[in-house]
Each structure stands twice: as C-alpha cells, then as structure tokens.
Design a protein around this ligand. Sequence first.
Ligand code: 13P
Length: 250
Amino acid sequence: MRRKLVVGNWKMHGSLAQNAVLLGALKSGATQLSRVDVAVCAPFPYLDQLRQELSASTVKWGAQDVHQLEKGAFTGEVSAPMLADFGCTYVIVGHSERRNIYGESSSLVAEKFAAAQQAGLIPILCVGETLEQRESSATEAVVAEQLDAVIALAGAQALRKAVVAYEPVWAIGTGETASPEQAQAVHAFIRQRVAGHDAEVAQGLVILYGGSVKGANAPELFSMADIDGGLIGGAALIADEFLAICRAGQ
Ligand code: 13P
C-alpha cells in the first residue's frame, strides 16, 4: 500500500504575515495526521520562512520551479542546490502554468527533473492535457510524451525517487474536477507506461491528482486505486480546507 501524499502549491500567493498564520494551522493540524505525508511548495522568497516554521514539524516543503543548471550567468533563476540549501524536500517541475505560459518543453522539464534529483530533491513531475487535447482524444499521447521525455533522459529508475502529478489543465483553478474515474484512468495509464520499463518502480510510484481538489471531493478521488494523493492549488491557501484534504488521505 502506497502512503498518501498531499502537497500544497501556493503558486504566486502569500506574504510573511499570511504564511505565518497558515503554517501555524498546518503545523498543529499535521500532528493528527500519522498516515499521510504533507508538504507545501511556496514562492522562492518564503523558503526560509518555511524552513524556520516547519523544521520541527512533520510538514515538508519545496519550491515550484528550478533551473536546470547548477550555477551560472542566468539572472533571475534559482538552482537546485540553492533549494537544497533551504531544506527543500520537493520541487515541482513542468507545472502546466510553466509549460503553457512560459513555453517550457518536455525536454527542458526533463532537464529540470534531473537537476533536482542531482541535488537530492524529489521532483514532482506534472503532466496533463488541455481541454482541446482531451476532446480530440489526445490525453494519453500528451501524457505519454511528457512522461517519456523524463524517462528518456533520466531513466525509469529515476522515478523511484520522484512523484508524478496528473493535472488536467482544464481542471486547474476552474472548479471543474476530473471525475474519480477520469483521473483513475489516466493514473492507471501512467503506472502502466512506467511498468513497461520497470514493474517494481511502477508499483511504488506515487501519482498525485491535481485540479480543483477540495475537502469535499478528496475522499472519493483518494479512494481510487492509482490516486496516491493530491497536488492542491486554491484550497491549499485555506488551512481548514487543506487539512480536510489531508485528512482524506488518512
Ligand atoms: P487548483 O487546486 O487551484 O485547481 O490548482 C491545481 C494546481 O495547479 C496545483 O498545482
């Protein structure tokens, strides 16, 4: 049985004052959660705050993006060793907002994935199709291309120390959640595709669902065989809602 994992993706939200309140609630709420792993991924400037607030708790933290190289003349970028320096456990790579707004290709995302692992971080690889792609029955082809790019660069074994998050773009921030059956079908496809390389790695792979997860729909989503937790956007900014989602993973 895979342990459930719930990760909050704060996106570009927060302030020192707001974060302090939210983290205080998460820390105390998390003490009741023995069977689910919990993490939050914050904007870069708040990583030190996360380190200070969460070090003594069971809640892990991470970042939302990373540069693919260790260091160099890349003004404005942040490297994986820097994230490791701030105690990050996780880093999200290939979020659809990075792919779609900033034009990140699957091969660039694969490089970021490898750079994260090189620094000892656990990459959370996001994959998922747009509405147009779903409607033209391209979901599996899109997800396969995004996954295969990472396997081609890093090898299937690399997925031993990684998390995959299926986030259908049409369900992100829209209030429209994939049905548990729709999500399960894609999660099973992902696991099967990895099993084509290594059955054991596939069996242990934690695959999160993301896209309008709330306290109300989390129990049903998390009850599906191949849904191992959630990557949470909007609801991660509301302590009670996020904790309700975490409890659904218990
Ligand atoms: P919402 O939960 O706001 O739909 O966002 C999902 C997401 O993109 C998490 O990475």
